[in-house]
Design a protein around this ligand. Structure first.
Ligand code: GLU
Length: 736
């Protein structure tokens, strides 16, 4: 399932801006005192390090000295079975196999869309939760797939073949795209049933080809009620102390021959190469923990120009727009439960980004992150200029990057409209994709864009039908009118022909929607067989509006490709000169590939005179419980808590069931659902969030504020055993 929350979080105005991550620890002066104190009090191996290590780097770490009880080979062994084989990517989230019969644990928020799709007002699994009492009762998790890594290799030379320092920037982007596509097609042809992707590790420098297997039949097994899985709602999102039971169980199924297959009753549970041991005893403060997961994107080694663009333009724009859209959707659903249910996943994903961006904006305003970066760039410039040879080779790098950002600033308002107008309305974006589909279907299959290849057409249809199911026409119209209002207000030298000339956006949108057939699934089905000419003859007003917008959107795309190509060239050189300067290798920024990070269960000081300890308990759930839907703890949990019925899950010192744990590992979006493992590699929690102060760590990591949050395995198991009474799942996980 497409995880909208994550996808949005990982999107930038220029998704083409890729970053590199350094190993240098940014010391935040305001918090330096705490950091120094930590250095004094803790043995050196208890000090956390920045780093989302690719599998290829793990063997360089001295794990034993850091307190690990497993070796690098136990974690990753391409020639045998290792912990990595128990790790899986579910719809953009991380997840873990925890039984030999394909049982997977991930976050409630990662399966939320699928639960919403399986729900009706009468059978509302979102509100009430869902427990399959037998395999037969497990229901399809529509849209969710599970991706497992088969193998990977460095393909930098192949991806960059045909490129030189003087290649035209647009051409450069095209060559990289084309070479990557060829590699993917060749790998997929070579091995039946695999899917491949090329991941950019360092922009313009290093690329890795991943060969994956994708399991298509995923079913819901155990989903707690929303009042547990999303306890605290938006109020508590990105916040510590936290009391959210953000976990769910799903199961992977394959065809009778063991190969991935579409849903069928004759499918059987998948047997993974390996699965994690679940340790019901959990961990304690200061214990070593590590994570294997798929962090989405970080921007640690981007320049100060990038950070300023984020601070001044992109973050405030998206934050404001999301806040407005949320308010409109909440108003639309206020007196209509069916509308509220249909809009709930979208509101949740927009709100998630909105608050994350507020956190980042606060961080950029209060911490000297941009200033530190500027100082680093000054020193780097001095290093470059100190040698005529270096000056010749690298003298244009920072100035070149700066001029790309100057360009981005100059037309940012217009670019924002062009980037967002199609996506503002679900129907308009279906219409736009249908135009492309008709055109692409004229080409041989291998030459089509990936979504339009025969093997992917069904998935495309399914995604359209899912959009129609959650479509709210009033909202769809409102959002399109609003962006047209922005288009109308663009400065005279930045207008967009087909959009800025609209006289009355609302009337115009009403007229488009009055005649379009795009909300009719039957019509969409027909379009899947139409030629471009037939589609034109159908003369659907929304499709035709999308068509009218396309030349300027395409021009913007060409401009983006040019800027991207230029940044790609310069970023590669930036890494080279920085490595020469710092005499060290860098760890690449997160890019949705499998990474390991480690750290310790640890509290922090978010503000003056405030200290947060790192383990919350059931007591806190009850303290927060109220009549507000977000805090309306199920009666059964209240009763069990009142009786202190903790079973085996009691934390001795805290004398209560631990609910959430806090640690100083290096995580980001996409790490949602990651297994949190103890020193022996046993699963003791499921990562699901960061603190408000930590949202800035996508730009700069610091031990003093970087904290991530997991649901403690003891709360998960206590829920399964005592609340859901699903002891059979504990048995399947091998817990006696
Ligand atoms: N809660 C986060 C999200 O929904 C995921 C983890 C993170 O970003 O730290 O995107």
């Amino acid at each position: 399932m497409f995880c909208p929350a994550r996808a949005l979080l990982n999107m930038t105005a220029s998704t083409f801006l890729k970053g590199i991550e350094g190993k240098n620890i940014h010391i935040n002066i305001a918090k330096m005192k705490n950091t120094l104190l930590l250095f004094v009090l803790l043995p050196f191996f208890l000090i956390a390090e920045e780093g989302m290590y690719p599998l290829s780097e793990i063997h360089k770490l001295n794990l034993k000295a850091k307190g690990f009880k497993v070796t690098a080979k136990d974690i990753y062994n391409p020639n045998g079975i290792s912990l990595v084989d128990a790790s899986v990517n579910v719809g953009g989230c991380s997840a873990s196999f925890i039984s030999a019969e394909g049982l997977i644990i991930t976050n409630h928020h990662c399966v939320f869309g699928a639960v919403q799709q399986a729900s009706t007002v009468q059978n509302d699994y979102v509100t009430n939760g869902f427990i399959a009492q037998s395999r037969e009762q497990e229901i399809p998790a529509k849209g969710l797939t599970a991706r497992i890594i088969d193998s990977y290799r460095d393909v930098s030379a192949e991806v960059l073949a045909g490129i030189s320092d003087t290649t035209d920037p647009v051409e450069r982007t095209k060559i990289i795209e084309k070479n990557s596509k060829t590699l993917v097609a060749a790998a997929e042809k070579l091995q039946n049933g695999v899917s491949a992707n090329v991941a950019e590790m360092f922009a313009g420098k290093t690329y890795v080809l991943f060969i994956n297997r994708t399991i298509k039949d995923i079913r819901l097994v155990y989903v707690p009620p929303r009042s547990v899985g999303e306890f605290g709602g938006e109020d508590d999102n990105w916040v510590w102390p936290r009391h959210t039971g953000d976990f769910s169980f799903i199961r992977a199924y394959v065809g009778p021959d063991g190969n991935p297959a579409e849903y069928s009753v004759s499918n059987k549970p998948f047997t993974p190469k390996n699965h994690f041991v679940v340790n019901p005893n959990g961990v304690d403060e200061n214990d070593l923990v590590f994570i294997l997961g798929y962090p989405g994107r970080t921007y640690r080694h981007q320049t100060s120009y990038y950070l300023e663009f984020e601070r001044d333009i992109r973050l405030p724009f998206v934050q404001k727009r999301n806040a407005w859209m949320i308010a409109q959707m909440e108003a639309a659903g206020k007196n209509d439960p069916a509308v509220a249910l249909a809009l709930t996943a979208r509101i949740k994903s927009l709100a998630n980004v909105e608050k994350n961006y507020r956190g980042k904006m606060k961080g950029l305003a209060n911490l000297p992150i941009v200033q530190n970066k500027q100082k680093e760039e000054e020193a780097l410039t001095a290093f470059i200029n100190a040698s005529p040879e270096r000056a010749k080779k690298y003298g244009d790098v920072l100035a070149g990057i700066r001029s790309v950002y100057d360009e981005l600033r100059s037309d940012a308002q217009r670019a924002n409209v062009l980037t967002n107008i199609i996506g503002s309305s679900s129907l308009l974006s279906i219409g736009n994709t249908l135009i492309k589909l008709a055109e692409e279907r004229q080409k041989p299959d291998a030459e089509r864009g990936s979504p339009y290849m025969e093997k992917n057409l069904n998935a495309l249809k399914v995604s359209f039908l899912a959009s129609l199911r959650s479509l709210n026409l009033g909202i769809d119209k409102l959002f399109l009118s609003e962006i047209l209002n922005d288009a109308v207000k663009l400065p005279p030298d930045q207008t967009i022909g087909s959009a800025s000339s609209v006289k009355d956006p609302q009337k115009f949108v009403d007229s488009l929607f009055a005649k379009t057939k795009l909300s009719d699934a039957g019509f969409i089905e027909q379009v899947f067989t139409m030629t471009p000419e037939q589609l034109k003859e159908a003369n659907d007003p929304l499709i035709e509006f999308a068509r009218a917008l396309s030349p300027e959107i395409e021009m913007q795309n060409v401009l983006n490709r040019k800027r991207n190509g230029e940044l790609n060239r310069l970023s590669g050189k930036l890494v080279d000169v920085k490595q020469e300067w710092k005499k060290t290798e860098f760890i690449p920024d997160a890019n949705s590939t499998l990474r390991m990070t480690y750290g310790h269960i640890r509290g922090y000081q978010p503000a003056d005179a405030t200290y947060y300890s790192p383990i919350t308990t059931l007591k806190g759930v009850i303290e927060k419980t109220s009549d507000r839907p977000e805090y309306n703890t199920p009666q059964k949990i209240r009763e069990l808590a009142a009786k202190k019925d903790y079973g085996r899950y009691k934390h001795k010192k805290l004398n209560d069931v631990p609910v959430a744990i806090l640690y100083d590992m290096d995580t980001t979006g996409g790490n949602s659902g990651s297994p949190v493992l103890n020193a022996k590699g046993e699963l003791i929690g499921v990562n699901f969030d960061r603190t408000f102060e930590a949202t800035i760590n996508d730009f700069a990591w610091d031990e003093s504020y970087s904290r991530s949050i997991a649901v403690d395995i003891r709360y998960v198991l206590w829920n399964v055993e005592k609340v859901g009474e699903a002891g059979f799942l504990l048995k399947e996980m091998g817990i006696k």
